[in-house]
Design a protein around this ligand. Structure first.
Ligand code: NAD
Length: 482
């Protein structure tokens, strides 16, 4: 788009899709208005999601390690949990980060209107701010309104005892008993937090395993640890009804086989997925189209069916991950700036911040099977890792998913402590089209957990110094190099 005056860009929603879009557009010289109801940019991720949950998960890890240290000869007394101070610390973490984004918005001269936006047409928004209506005209708009917790049928109960992730993160109290509906990202992360703080947690998952989309060999060590102290896990079980009975919630559970059961619990957390947030946006006044699941339809530039309107993040499709939103924001802004751009990642990392963490990127084994892609899998168990042994955390596994015939790294999966940090190397390997040989011959520091990525490649060639495997023979075995 070329014009005399700067492009007027309106960004709706200031989460990890919206604020990076606004900031980059400002760097490109656009005249940017960022619209969001909160005081500062940050969105659900900073205010009520990624950041507060990670602050609490850090505390959960500390509590758990302080117990486990007894096995290494270090005994601490029982921890005293000052819930008000803990909540305060979590809120200060959030406050500091969102205030920082507010300063960055001002420095970049991004106008932040605090309110809720609705499209009037494909060039105009109405923003409701403190009862008054502000009109915002735009040349281009980016919808980055995120998602909302789902609560279908019997799980929709109005009660302070039935929480969604937002309420769970407020940490009003630590219930004696907590039933978590959904063994996905949120259910497992919050089960980790509340059980560390002292709740007796039951996780109810309707499918036959936790984290249904992840490879089973990665989930197995987590499942063992969860069942071994964190929570009771009921698989293949549905919640058929919930009722607030005053001082408890009565929950009826239907296992796939067997009789209905009843549980009385102090609180319930419903974490059965999220839905794109498109209601009340006035999209009906534009040409924007939704798909069958309610996501905004976008092309490779994240442009919707209405040429002036783009959409990024949870509202524009799976996976609903903050970093995917941020990358899409770049793609959309560059397209609006008239630069060549497309959303075509080879690897989007997924990290579940449980204990141990699970992380994967690119192709999974499940995905390879579903798509009929022929792969070879090289796995390095952390029992053979010096670093994991020093940490007392040998339950981990690192694996490479390699294209058969070319050894190209198509995916990486890791379960183990700090897997969420380690997966970055996997993303780079997949995006750069690395082969197993590249990973094997890149020197990794010893002793580190990152070495397990290199050692997986060593396993592939049958040359791991720390783990005996029957591999295919490495570069050296292929004869002299010309
Ligand atoms: P999810 O899709 O990860 O998990 C929902 C789980 O609930 C699934 O295992 C599903 O089988 C189960 N389920 C659905 N209906 C059920 C029922 N009636 N009874 C019992 N189980 C049922 O969803 P979530 O945990 O709510 O998280 C939503 C999204 O938020 C995730 O998909 C993820 O994209 C994002 N998120 C990411 C992170 C992270 O990156 N670490 C953390 C939290 C949330």
């Amino acid at each position: 788009m070329t014009s005399e005056r700067p492009i007027r860009l309106a960004v709706i929603g200031a989460g990890p899709g919206g604020y990076p879009a606004a900031f980059l557009a400002a760097e490109y010289g656009m005249d940017v208005t960022l619209i969001d109801p909160e005081e500062h940019p940050g969105g659900v991720c900073l205010y009520r999601g990624c950041i507060p949950s990670k602050a609490l998960l850090h505390v959960a890890r500390l509590l758990r390690e302080s117990h486990e240290a007894a096995a290494w000869g270090i005994r601490f007394g029982e921890p005293e949990i000052d819930l008000d101070a803990l909540r305060d610390w979590k809120d200060r973490v959030v406050g500091r980060l969102v205030a920082g984004l507010g300063t960055l918005a001002r420095q970049r001269k991004v106008e932040h209107i605090r309110g809720l936006a609705r499209f009037r047409d494909a060039q105009t928004l109405h923003v409701r701010r403190d009862g008054e209506l502000v009109e915002v005209g735009f040349d281009a708009a980016i919808v980055a309104t995120g998602s909302l917790p789902l609560a279908p049928g019997p799980l929709r109960v109005e009660s302070p005892r039935v929480m969604d992730s937002t309420a769970a993160l407020e940490l009003r109290d630590v219930p004696k008993t907590l039933l978590v509906v959904g063994g996905g990202y949120i259910g497992l992360e919050m089960a980790t937090v509340y059980s560390a703080l002292g709740s007796e947690v039951t996780v109810v998952e309707m499918t036959s395993g936790l984290l249904p989309g992840a490879d089973r060999d990665l989930v197995a060590p987590l499942s063992r640890r969860v069942e071994d102290g964190v929570a009771e896990v009921l698989l293949d079980t549905r919640v058929t009804s919930m009722e607030d009975v005053g001082d408890a919630v009565r929950v009826r559970l239907q296992p796939a086989t067997g009789d209905e059961q009843e549980r009385m619990v102090e609180k319930v957390l419903v974490a059965v997925g999220r839905a794109p947030n498109t209601a009340d946006l006035g999209l009906e006044h534009t040409g924007v189209r939704l798909d069958a699941r309610g996501f905004i339809e976008v092309n490779a530039q994240r442009r919707t069916a209405e040429p002036s309107i783009y959409a990024v993040g949870d509202v524009a499709g799976q996976p609903m991950l903050a970093h995917k939103a941020t990358h899409e924001a770049r793609v959309a802004v560059e397209a609006i700036a008239g630069r060549p751009s497309a959303f075509a990642p080879a690897a989007i990392p997924a990290v579940v911040y449980t204990d141990p963490e699970i992380a994967w990127c690119g192709l999974t084994e499940l995905g390879a099977r579903e798509q009929g892609i022929e792969v070879e899998v090289a796995k390095f168990p952390w029992t053979a890792s010096g670093r994991a042994t020093t940490l007392g955390r040998t339950e981990g596994v690192t694996k490479l998913i390699l294209e058969r015939g070319t050894e190209r790294v198509l995916g990486v999966g890791i379960v183990g402590t700090n897997a969420g940090e380690l997966i970055a190397e996997g993303v780079l390997a997949v995006e750069m089209g690395a082969r197993a040989t590249d990973v094997q011959l890149a020197i990794h520091a010893h002793p580190t957990l990152a070495e397990t990525v290199m050692e997986s490649a060593e396993v592939f060639f049958g040359q791991s110094p720390h783990y005996a495997s029957r591999g295919r023979g490495g570069p050296a075995s292929r004869g002299p190099i010309a």
